[in-house]
Structure formats: C-alpha cells, structure tokens
Design a protein around this ligand. Structure first.
Ligand code: MOS
Length: 732
C-alpha cells in the first residue's frame, strides 16, 4: 500500500482498541521471567559454551601479533579466534568503524579476539592471558583542539542552510545574544548489554541477538561473514533497551558467529558492561554557537546555530542544528555543521540524535533571549511561533501545536507562581522553575507485515518489527484487533524474526507509526481475502465482534477462515506527504528544581511534559516512553558525561559506577499530558512518534530552572556541583 494522500476515515478511527490504555500484552512474560532475552535462548539439549571478548588496549594503530598460547592452555578453553586469524573482513554498510578482523585498530576496545570456554569464568580468565603486541599511532581525541580543523561534512547531511541576510540582520538587531554551549559524549547505557547466541547449521547461521533493526543487522552480518543474506537467520523478540545503541550490528554477534564456527556448537557472547561505552557507539559531544537577534517586541529577526562534533573517518556529524531550522520564525537565518576527525569510538545515533543535544543548547539560548527582551519565556516562544517551515515557507507543518502545549502546560504546572530569578528560598534550598520547547521530526519508514486468520478466529501478526521496551507488541495487537473486529485476546503478535516481513524496526521514533501502518496495510489485504472468500464486497463488509457482516448476512470470522488459514501480507510505503508538508512533533517541558544553597546539589522536584504528537496509540505505553525520556533528560542535564582521556583516546568512566544515570531517588513527580490530535498527513493511523520527543528539551528546562533558582547560567553540560558552587548566592 502506498500512502500518498491524507488519510480519510478508516476502521482505525473507531478507536475501540487503538488509543485505549491497554496494558502490555508481553508484560506477564517479562514480569515472570519467561520473556527470552538474547543471552537466554539456549536449547537445553544442545550444550552451549561461552565467548568472552578481548578489546584493543590502544586507540589507534595496528596489532603486530597476538600470542594466545597461554589462553588456549587455560582450563576449559575450547578455542581462541583472533582478529588476525579471520583476516580482513568486509565492513557492513551501517557501521563506520569495523567490528572485527584484520590488524588495523580504529578505536579503543575494538574487538580483537574472542575466547570460547566451557564456562563464563573460564573464558573471562583466559581472555586476560591473551598477549597482544601493538604498533601504536598518535590519534586525535580532543574535540575542542580539533575544532579548527573541522570540515564541512558530506552534503547528504545538508551541512549549511541560509535564508535572508543573517549577518546584517543580527548586526542591526536591538537585542542580541551570542553564546557557546557544549554537550558531552553520552552513552546509551541500556539495561541489557549487547548479547548474542550463534549456532551454525552447515553454511547457515542462526543468531539470537538484541537488535533494534533486524534487516540492517542481517544484511551487515552476512556481509561481515561473507555469506549470502539468505543464510543468516536473526531472532530478537525481546530487547532490554537500545536507545540507538542497537541500531547497527555490533561485535557480540560477529564474535559469537566466529566462536561458534570454531567450536561447532552454540556460543553466547555478551559484551561485559565496561566494553559498552568504548566498543559500541555513543552520542558524540558537541560545541554549539548560537546567535539570536530580536526586536524589542520580542520578534526574532535573525537566528544562527552552528555546531561542531567529531567522528572517525567516514562518520557523520551530530546534527544538532536540525531543530533550529524549523522551530522558530525569523526572516534571516543560518545553520552550519562542521565535523572534526576524531579517533575516539564511533559516534552515532542515540535517542533523538540531533535534536536532543541541539535543544540542550537552543532552549537555554531562548530562555536567555526572553530575559533580554524582558518577556516571559513562554510568551517569547509563542510570539516566535511559525506554522510553516521557516527555511521553505511554501511548506506548512502538517500539524503544529507548540503554543497549545506551552499554554496548557503553564496552566497545569502553575507557571504563574514562577519566582523572580534567585528569589525563592525554602530553608537552604533555592527553588526555581524552568520551561523548554520540545521538538522532534516525525520520520516514516517502509514497514511490512503478514496477518493470518485461523479457524479458531485467532489473528496472528508476523513482522520483523522489534519491541525495545516501547510497547510494539501491544500497539500492533491493538491495530490488528481494530482492523479485524476482534478482541485483543484473539490476536497473537510475533516479532523480531528475520523470516517475517521486513518492518521499519525501532529507531528515530518512527517505529510505532510506521510498523502499525504496515500492519494496517496487511489487515486491509486480509479483510479483502475474507470478504472475497465469503462473496462479500470488501468495501461495505463490516468487521465487528468477531463477525463479518454485509447487508443482512453475518458470518463468524473463524468460519470464514475454515481449515485453510487466510493470509494478508503487505508493506506500507510512503509517498510525498513528508516533502509537501513538514511533519514534526511538539511539546513543552516544565521542571521545578531545588538547588542546595551550600553544596550546589540539584534535586528535581516536579516534571511535566505536554506532547502534541498525533494520535496516541496507547496512552499507557506512550506515557511510559515519555517519562523514561524525561528521566534520560534529567541524566543529561545533571550527571551523564563520558570522560575523555585525551592522551590515550578512550572513555574513562566506562561502567555504570562512573557513568551516572538517574536512579529512582533522583526522579520525583512526573506528569505527562497528550494533546488530543490525529494527523491525517502522517499515516492511516494518524499517529506520530513520541518516544524521542519526550527527551527533547528536558535538559534545557532543567538548566533554565537552575538559573531561575540560583541566577547562575550554566551553558556546559552536565550541570554538576562544581559549576554552581563558586557562584551560589548567599542564603544565610
Ligand atoms: Mo534511535 S537513536 O534511532 O534508536
């Protein structure tokens, strides 16, 4: 099915199933430990063994030799496969850095061997005995030092945009801001580390893994192993979080495949937690410069956003200027991205790549500008709203209700109680409120599904879509139930298997809308098959309460299927509506903080997100996405930072003791409000993404609340105590 015209009324609009607060259909499997994660898929009848990775101890250079003789003699060891043994392997197309194979080292903790042993402990102990001789080369590890050499990245990222005459307008503006902001390298730090079990059957390999994108992984694993894609079978039905860290094939799957080939049995490999930050990808650090010029009435006349980031050769920029192209009006504008070559581990997508770090800077700048023009920051944003793409004014937004989010949020949060800067005290606490706009583009990706109806009247959906904790199982079941007119209990959902039709996968907050649209398309086919079998006209057949009705004839769905199951299969493809209309999601984040007047310790007291993101398919799972994202934004604001050793070229705090993500005690009251929307431009589901929107702007809202509480403007994340303590106002 091709979606190239705005959706009209369709069976989803009944909203008997879709839009309802239905609990996760996979919830019981998870809470009872019966959901099988990648590391747990072992067939008790086939003895499996353990692989433990060895990572490079240098950031750049070559492996001269590897002496695995002691490791091979170690108790329980079955095999050691080194990067020199396998030779140069072709790199998959989605990875910037190669994962394994050959002598070249591109980054610290690049996988250079896997030790396979009877037990995990034996493999780990033997891995420590592998001796590696390196030829180390000097690398570039410091973004600030590399800024001067940063170049214009590949045109595909649209590095520069310009409209009007920014420089002239900025110069003549009566109110101006010109500031720099920085965001650090961040780690996805998902609960479940990357893990795989591989087993060969002849020249075919089956891998149970933890992947957001089955088909991308399948393609790249086949390339890396040098076999045909059809010989690779991937399974990833349950995933303990990804946040973008599992978008692309990782070393665990490659090492498990080579390990298994060497020993002729199933091998499981999990990346030890300390491998995750340096062996896999991370969100790259940015240096951002923002200039804004406005009239005294608050209207922006000039806005510029430039961003510098770094990556390995062949990599791309962190697209931190994205939202500034679309979020606020202003006749004269420019954005630019520059990319430095860094020999740190591969920088790549982490939840809301581009907008998340971009808004961390932009939404502080907007708070600063509001103060300069003497306006409330909400009013300042409202005055500068635009209903068209400001760089291409002929393109309207399909829907945009940022102003509604800001005003409703202000009312619900009690914004009118916001104190004057550094004026509210409660004992030793300085208390303040902050706000920020949320913005994230809405992407759509082709997505396929197969739907079967059997003689019991059960509808089974098969798609290689993944559920990374987001609720895919549930919203897909709701979609199929709505389309076929059955209860949720009559729907079975099978995900994450490369034998199923290729879906959008989970990423870029495109998963929910795209994958349910694919299921919609397949269900349309199945409805046609049912109608045609019964001799009904598919246009007027009504699917309701497990029955199909046409005129005065009504037949049970189960009977329609008969002994032969009926099948509908299709892929939703997307036309030009994302080109003619700018499709984005909007929101507003509100935060109240207390900052300890003596120590500078920040405690978040309340958080509210108001989201305008199309039809909400399931308010429970959507809310869960947003509160999780708000939590991530709290980490980004206050604690998360990969510390770069700029001499040796690696992230030093490579575990969850040193890389500090929020815990329950850090997050108090959170509220989420969804605006009542349905966007006919987005899909037949009229839905959009929300999982990344929830993160966008949160950290800036916290920074702005800290400013309101203390009068201290911190422009460099994370906002740790040391950045506040020297400037705290006297609270005595
Ligand atoms: Mo997302 S960073 O595309 O998983």
């Amino acid at each position: 099915m091709q979606f190239d015209k705005p959706a009209t009324t369709n069976p989803i609009d009944q909203l008997k199933m879709v839009g309802k607060p239905i609990h996760r259909i996979d919830g019981q499997l998870k809470t009872t430990g019966r959901a099988m994660y990648a590391y747990e898929w072992h067939d008790q009848n086939t003895p499996y063994v353990y692989g433990y990775p060895v990572g490079a101890a240098i950031a750049k250079g070559r492996v001269k030799s590897i002496d695995a003789s002691n490791a091979k003699k170690s108790t329980g060891v079955l095999a050691v496969v080194t990067t020199l043994d396998v030779g140069n392997l072709e790199k998959g197309k989605f990875n910037t850095a190669k994962l394994f194979g050959g002598a070249e080292i591109q980054h610290y903790h690049q996988a250079i061997a896997v030790v396979v042993a009877q037990t995990f402990e034996q493999a780990r102990a033997a891995a420590a005995l592998v001796k590696v001789d390196y030829e180390e080369e000097a690398g570039i590890f410091d973004l600030r030092a590399a800024m001067a050499s940063a170049a214009k990245p590949d045109e595909s990222t649209e590095p520069d945009t310009a409209v009007g005459d920014f420089e002239a307008a900025f110069k003549s503006a009566p109110v101006t801001l010109n500031e720099s902001y920085t965001t650090p390298d961040q780690s996805h730090s998902m609960m479940e580390p990357h893990a795989s079990i591989a087993v060969w059957d002849g020249d075919e390999v089956t891998v149970w893994t933890s992947s957001q994108m089955i088909d991308w992984w399948r393609t790249d694993l086949a390339t890396t192993l040098g076999i045909e894609k059809e010989k690779v079978h991937l399974m990833s039905p349950f995933i303990g979080g990804g946040f973008g860290g599992k978008l692309f094939l990782r070393a665990d799957a490659v090492l498990a495949a080579f390990g298994s080939k060497a020993v002729g049995r199933p091998v499981k490999v999990a990346l030890p937690r300390p491998f995750v930050p340096n062996n896999t990808t991370h969100r790259p650090a940015t240096i951002q410069r923002i200039r804004v010029g406005a009239e005294r009435d608050g209207k922006i006349t000039a806005i510029a956003h430039e961003s510098w980031s770094g990556d390995l050769p062949g990599g791309g920029p962190e697209t931190a200027v994205n939202q500034t192209r679309l979020l606020y009006a202003g006749a004269n504008r420019m954005t630019a991205m520059r990319l430095a070559t860094l020999d740190l581990p591969e920088g790549n997508a982490m939840r809301a790549p581009g907008e998340a770090p971009g808004l961390m800077a932009l939404e502080i700048a907007i708070d600063e500008m509001a103060e300069k023009v003497g306006m409330d920051p909400i009013q300042f944003r409202i005055v500068n709203d635009t209903q068209v793409d400001p760089e291409h004014p002929e393109r309207p937004f399909s829907q945009r209700n940022l102003n509604g989010c800001l005003t409703l949020g202000a009312e619900r949060f009690g914004w009118s109680e916001r104190p004057k800067t550094a004026s509210r005290r409660e004992g030793n606490w300085l208390v303040g409120m902050g706000v920020a706009a949320a913005f994230r583009n809405n992407l759509v990706i082709p997505s396929g599904a197969r739907v079967k109806l059997d003689r019991e009247g059960v509808v089974t959906v098969e798609t290689d879509m993944t559920d990374i904790g987001t609720g895919s199982y549930t919203i897909i079941a709701q979609t199929a139930a709505e389309m076929m007119g059955v209860g949720i209990d009559k729907v079975a959902v099978q995900l994450g298997d490369s034998r199923f039709p290729v879906s959008a996968g989970s990423g870029g907050q495109f998963g929910a809308n795209s994958s349910t649209s694919g299921v919609y398309a397949a269900c349309v086919k199945l409805r046609e098959a049912v109608a045609s079998k019964l001799g009904f006209n598919s246009q007027d057949a009504v699917f309701e309460n497990g029955q199909v009705r046409s005129g005065n004839r009504s037949v049970a769905l189960a009977d329609a299927a008969g002994d032969e199951a009926l099948v509908g299969e299709d892929t939703m493809k997307w036309g030009d509506l994302t080109k003619t209309h700018q499709q984005s999601t909007f929101g507003a984040h509100f935060v109240e903080v207390g900052v300890d007047g003596a120590t500078g310790e920040t405690r978040i007291r309340r958080m509210l997100a108001v989201c305008a993101a199309g039809r909400i398919l399931n308010p429970i799972t959507a809310r869960s996405q947003v509160i999780g994202a708000m939590t991530m934004g709290a980490g980004g604001a206050l604690s998360e930072e990969l510390a770069v050793d700029t001499r040796r070229g690696f992230f030093v705090n490579h575990d969850l003791a040193g890389y500090e993500v929020p815990v329950h005690a850090d997050i108090p009251h959170q509220e989420v409000i969804f605006m009542d929307e349905a966007d006919p431009m987005s899909s037949p589901m009229k839905a959009k993404g929300v999982g990344e929107l929830g993160l966008c702007g949160v950290s800036a809202a916290i920074a702005n609340a800290i400013y309101n509480a203390t009068g201290i403007r911190v422009r460099h994340y994370p906002i740790t105590l040391d950045k506040l303590i020297g400037e705290l106002p006297d609270v005595t």
